[in-house]
Write a protein that binds this ligand. Sequence first.
Ligand code: ADP
Length: 307
Amino acid sequence: MLRGVLVTLFIGLPAVIGVAAIGGYILLKRAFRPVREMIEKANEISHSGVHSRLPVRHTGDDLEQLSITLNQMIHRLEKSFENSRRFTSDASHELRTPLTIIRGELEQMLAANNGASEQLKQDISSLLEETDRLIGIVQGLLALSRLDAGEAQRENTRFDLGELAAATTDQMSLLAEEKGVELRCTRNHRVEVKGDGSRLKQVVVNLLDNAIKYTPENGSIALEVRAAKGHAYLEVSDTGIGVPSGDLRRIFDRFYRVDQVRSRAIEGAGLGLSIVWSICSAHGGTVHADNLPGGGCRFTVMLPLAD
Ligand code: ADP
């Protein structure tokens, strides 16, 4: 009898423990499946925006309550993002017309006041400059709120990025010439991407405009378009003042300008690169900046190739 009990203990007990462990593991896995689904969905929401919701399993337990509460929170977040976007869009719309009127009137005053003192003319010119700056900021804000609303891809056509870059370089070469900076473009044959051509042209314009602004006389700017490993690359390198390494990540933030003192003399509001960033991410691409060893910096845009 004792031998029988021992045999049962030595063989039966590990078997029972093994079965209990496997059963427990399977049950735990099944019980945690809804939590895993929620985590996956939450990750997806944090990457793709707050338009979707967490899955709700109608089990009547705390997990159902948790997913409903989190969904209500995401809904409020979505509303508040939407409100702030609409506020920016409405405010910039409302500001655009009066600013354009002020600009027109100042221009008229400057043209009509032939007998005005030199001081008055200077004051009007400086008011005109400030009004132009404000108009630039309002246009930048309007562009950003449109991009936030998902208008980055009004068109979705296939085109050669190299051709677009070369044409934009041609158009901006006069600006570079005036500044005494050399501007050249090299490109691979047919680097085709899909998207909104006018928005992607804005990316090239903003990057070249910055490169011209921040490169002193006798410097040079090189724009290169190439295809590699399923991606299109657009690189703008310059021999300018570069970006301090601590600021490289922040320059894509809205209204961020590196060191107000160095930027004060140069026109701009700190919106150009955030527009570039928004357009690139809406096209499934990225943009990043780094400093070159010999001075100057390089901006690299990466976009998926059309096929
Ligand atoms: P801004 O209107 O001030 O040029 P951006 O968003 O285009 O605004 O750029 C943000 C900041 O990044 C600028 O204030 C400037 O200091 C820095 N920056 C951008 N491009 C360059 C560049 N090519 N060389 C050096 N600094 C740059």
